[in-house]
Design a protein around this ligand. Structure first.
Ligand code: GDP
Ligand code: ZN
Length: 313
């Protein structure tokens, strides 16, 4: 008998997938029915981790992989392009409830314009963001000045910032609580402490090794960049290695400031529309920067993106 159902992609290994009918965590292999074609030809993968799909399986042939027959509409997705000018793009994850962007002030040091670019990308994709400031035990000075300065910039822009330290068990419970119930994308530069954090959230997980058994996929090509884990305390984490190439979206010059939430807010009072918030008289964004209500760092990132945008045109 042919059984039909819906499930979520939890791992993508070449042309093979592992599915689970979330919130159940009962993984089974599946392949794509040949006739599903890519709508946008520049996308290199038709299905990504987090995608919800319809499938069919023959319960008389329980060893055979299920057949994915349809990809259900996505609420959002995050794409990675190899370079700014590259046409080819890869979907990192779909249907993401929240992205955790993990950064550290040292080892490795986050450059704020780089972080701002990633935040803009998440705004464009409609993915809510929490910033995780990792390894704070390494650089918390007496007054906590650097940490406070960082938090004031990003909390001022409307983002939640959670400080973490694995040795001090700081911030772990907070993130664990926030992850409950949803699909959470964890992203950070290599070395920032992403694996340590995932392990601290659920000690049964070890992203450096990979948790999902590949028994079903034996003999197949199983290297997989993106994989979903279930947290014992609830919720799911998609581990995505690296964040370079993730901050590359094609935006028109006039559009960029809309993805800086604090600038979007202030720009409602600009005298001219559209306003690039650079030279126009009566610009409420520039006024907010001068008065310190919008941080100079964020504004500089914005100017940098405008300039770069022109370079590519
Ligand atoms: P990943 O590459 O982002 O997965 O980073 P890892 O989790 O492998 O961590 C990189 C290095 O940073 C390792 O040596 C960890 O022990 C160290 N590390 C991770 N989190 C913390 C932390 O909160 N405090 C300190 N002091 N070191 C940490
Ligand atoms: Zn303006």
């Amino acid at each position: 008998m042919i059984v039909k159902g819906e499930a979520t992609v939890v791992k993508n290994a070449g042309s093979h997938y592992l599915l689970s009918a979330l919130p159940e965590w009962n993984l089974f292999p599946a392949v794509l029915r040949g006739k599903i074609r890519l709508k946008a030809s520049e996308i290199t993968n038709p299905i990504a981790v987090g995608d919800r799909v319809r499938f069919e399986s023959d319960d008389a042939a329980s060893e055979a992989p299920a057949l994915i027959t349809e990809i259900l509409p996505r609420t959002n997705y995050v794409i990675r392009r190899s370079t700014n000018l590259s046409r080819q793009a890869h979907i990192i994850a779909a249907n993401v409830d929240r992205a955790y962007i993990i950064v550290s002030l040292y080892f490795p040091e986050i450059k704020l314009p780089f972080l701002d670019r990633i935040l803009v990308t998440c705004e464009v994709y409609g993915v809510p963001v929490t910033i995780v400031l990792s390894k704070v035990d390494l650089y918390r000075d007496e007054a906590g000045e650097q940490i406070e300065a960082f938090k004031s910039i990003y909390e001022g822009a409307g983002y939640r910032v959670i400080e973490t330290s694995i040795p001090e068990r700081k911030g772990i419970d907070e993130i664990r609580e926030a992850c409950k119930g949803g699909i959470n994308l964890f992203s950070g530069e290599s070395g920032v402490g992403k694996s340590s954090l995932i392990k601290a959230l659920d000690p049964s997980l070890d992203p450096k090794i990979g948790r999902i058994s590949d028994a079903h996929l034996q003999g197949k090509h199983t290297t997989s960049l993106y994989e979903m884990y279930r947290l014992a305390t609830g919720g799911y984490v998609i581990d995505s290695p690296g964040i370079r190439g993730f901050g590359l979206v094609d935006l028109d010059k006039e559009e960029i400031s809309k993805y800086f939430p604090e600038m979007l807010e202030a720009s409602r009072s600009c005298r001219f529309t559209p306003c690039t918030h650079t030279h126009e008289p009566g610009c409420a964004v520039k006024e907010a920067v001068e008065e310190g209500r919008i941080s100079a760092e964020r504004y500089n990132s914005y100017l940098g993106m405008l300039e770069e945008d022109q370079k590519f045109r």
